[in-house]
Design a protein around this ligand. Structure first.
Ligand SMILES: Nc1ncnc2c1ncn2[C@@H]1O[C@H](COP(=O)(O)OP(=O)(O)OP(=O)(O)O)[C@@H](O)[C@H]1O
Length: 342
């Protein structure tokens, strides 16, 4: 899937269509869109009522005639028409007109490692329908490593863990390519689900998906984390609104179980790596990226399991699209190997 840097330099836009968020980088302009991949539709008329953050707040609060939809799932565009409508609204009128004027507009899209031909085709069709004459597909892992500022083109090992909403991808890269990689169907959404299940089982409380985020922020407080915190939801039995005091340590334990799948993937990738590369990693450590990198407890858990240094990338969620952006801007220099060198 990975194509040459020369081809990428001809692209005008870079797109990361994630299950949770859509990000668009425009050449010479930077990151212009970073919004939830959500649209609200009037089911009676088919009209699009809201997109992005506006649509996300409607989720779970709509009357019958409004449906909140997510056109991307597990790294695949599952509703091409809706994804195009969503993208059109997110990029705005000004940018759209500029796209139409460019007869040879090329787009770069990042796709999860090992994505199926059907997923690749859906991404290409989505962007072609938006006016792109050519769509270049790039591995999310390579784009993210570039976005994190890692020296991917060098003959040194780089380990990256990209934790998204639906999946986590783990890879060791060297000389601009993936040496070993693994994908697991565990991401931020699975962690939110574990928290919701914990509250349902131990507190008989139903909690909406969006309400989990404040709890993450409390848990991420590190040493300053309070022993308990108040959460609001609906009582399972009575159906009435209720607040409960939740033991933060028990919530932390509840999210540990799904996180072990990520540790297994890291172990599998390390076992498949040549020893020289693993030795490099002992010094350099592991880079955590993707929005899920901020999941409380993930970083210390990986450090404890691998004994390697673990770093969380700067603005981890936008690393893939910023990496793609750097590639289309021509900021990534390929390593020139001279075959005649002594
Ligand atoms: N501060 C935070 N604490 C915990 N989890 C977070 C935080 N910020 C984002 N997340 C989680 O990160 C996930 C979104 O990450 P990201 O934006 O990388 O996903 P995506 O690229 O849309 O998804 P995918 O790569 O699976 O298609 C969500 O599940 C969200 O709950």
């Amino acid at each position: 899937m990975t194509i040459s840097l020369a081809q990428l330099r001809r692209c005008s836009i870079a797109v990361d269509l994630g299950a949770s968020r859509t990000r668009v980088y425009v050449k010479n302009q930077g990151l212009v869109v970073d919004e939830p991949t959500v649209a609200a539709v009037n089911v009676r008329t088919g009209a699009l009522l809201a997109v992005g953050a506006q649509a996300a707040v409607m989720d779970g609060r709509t009357p019958d005639y409004i449906r909140v939809v997510r056109p991307v799932s597990g790294g695949t565009v599952v509703d091409i028409d809706m994804a195009q409508r969503l993208l059109r609204h997110l990029v705005g009128d000004k940018l759209r007109r500029a796209w139409r004027r460019l007869p040879t507009m090329r787009a770069a899209v990042c796709l999860p490692y090992g994505s199926q031909p059907l997923s690749q085709r859906a991404a290409v069709e989505t962007l072609s329908g938006m006016g792109a004459r050519r769509v270049e597909l790039v591995d999310t892992l390579v784009a993210t490593a570039v976005g994190c500022g890692l020296p991917v083109e060098q003959p040194e090992a780089t380990m990256i863990v990209v934790c998204g909403a639906g999946t986590t991808q783990v890879a060791v890269l060297s000389l601009g390519s993936i040496v070993a990689a693994e994908t697991v169907a565990v991401g931020g959404d699975a962690i939110d689900h574990a928290v919701i299940q914990h509250l349902r089982l131990h507190h008989e409380l139903m909690m909406p998906g969006q309400a989990v985020h404040p709890l993450h922020l409390v848990l991420a407080g590190g040493g300053a984390t309070p022993g308990s915190t108040e959460v609001h939801g609906r009582d399972i039995v009575s159906g009435l609104a209720r607040s409960v005091q939740v033991d933060t340590e028990r919530v932390r334990n509840a999210i540990t179980t799904p996180l072990t799948a990520i540790l297994d993937a890291i172990g599998a990738v390390l076992r498949r790596c040549p020893p020289d590369l693993v030795a490099d990693l002992g010094e350099r450590g592991i880079m955590l990226a993707g929005g899920g990198a901020l999941i409380p407890g993930l970083e210390p858990m990986i450090h404890q399991a691998t004994t390697m240094p673990v770093h969380i990338a700067d603005r981890p969620g936008t690393c893939p699209v910023r990496g793609l952006g750097a590639m289309i801007e021509g900021k990534v220099e390929p390593l020139h190997l001279d075959p005649m060198a002594p």
